[in-house]
Design a binder for this molecule. Structure first.
Ligand code: DO4
Ligand code: MG
Length: 274
């Protein structure tokens, strides 16, 4: 298993706590490779030994689109039904949780994505905002899941709850997506891995919660198969797999909040709200 960190100075690949600076490594080549693990192994072998860089990391994304799955955890279904009850949109969330076809939506491009220790944003026309901690899959151009990262699907619940047709505005905007701290290539986090989130405000924890990957309703391969069905991703894709942790309805993010999302086997993604 390899962890790939992206910095302004290039890519560092870590394996069993030893790191190399991989001068020739290219993220687009990784995502178009038929065997991304082999490609990473070769690049690791060619690299120059170095220290693990600390501090901020760039999001592990290049030409890939970021997509997201929704209502894949029971907690997400419940929260969405509650927020959209007055608009009459609640039954759609109930239906999609049980349907064969998952909810998949376009989420971000590289320019809308933030890395570890960068800032994420809330919309100026939104009054109710949350982070969504999500295990995120790296999928190559052939549709094979080969890697994993931590994702934050920043969401406006006021806009999403007003009308389900507003979903793209609730989900896709400047700084609405965070990814990192690294991309893990190889065996992913097991079903028992914990996904946890902590939100701090002025040094105090104002929300914390967690879930286990086992609580997801659908398999990763099933989500990837639906995403690639009758679609083409020449540079591969990143797919957020949905949230299983939603703060209570009286919680909203504020500027300056620190969001920390950890997934066992990957690491911790930390972002301040702009
Ligand atoms: O259906 C709205 C979005 C759902 C979502 O983002 C999630 O469940 O994580
Ligand atoms: Mg989400």
């Amino acid at each position: 298993m390899f962890s790939i960190y992206r910095t302004e100075a290039g890519y560092t690949i870590e394996k069993d706590s030893s790191c190399v600076l991989a001068g020739d490594f290219c993220l687009d080549t990784l995502f178009t490779s038929e065997d991304p693990l082999k490609y990473t192994e070769i690049q690791y072998g060619l690299g120059q030994s170095c220290e693990l860089p600390s501090g901020a990391f760039l999001a592990p994304i290049s030409s890939q689109e970021v997509w997201a799955a929704g209502v894949t955890y029971y907690r997400s279904r419940d929260a969405r039904m509650e927020e959209s009850e007055s608009s009459g949109g609640d039954r759609f969330y109930d239906m999609v949780y049980d349907a064969e076809r998952p909810e998949l939506f376009f989420k971000a491009t590289a320019n809308r994505s933030r890395g570890h220790l960068d800032k994420v944003c809330i919309r100026s026309d939104s009054s109710w905002d949350v982070p969504e901690p999500e295990l995120t899959l790296a999928i190559n151009s052939s549709g094979k899941v080969f890697g994993y990262t931590v994702g934050n699907d920043m969401s406006s619940r006021s806009i999403e709850g007003e009308n389900p047709l507003y979903l793209p505005q609730a989900k896709v905007y400047r700084g609405s997506c965070a990814l990192g701290p690294c991309l893990v290539v190889g065996s992913g986090p097991g079903k028992e891995a914990m996904i946890s989130v902590k939100i701090s405000r002025s040094g105090e924890v104002v929300f914390s919660g967690n879930t286990e990957v086992s609580q997801i309703k659908r398999s990763f391969d099933e989500l990837a198969e639906f995403l690639f069905r009758d679609n083409e991703f020449p540079n591969g894709a990143l797919l957020m797999t949905g949230t299983g942790v939603v703060p209570d309805s009286d919680f909203t993010l504020s500027s300056g909040d620190l969001i920390s999302i950890s997934i066992d086997g990957i690491g911790t993604l930390e972002n301040e709200v702009e």
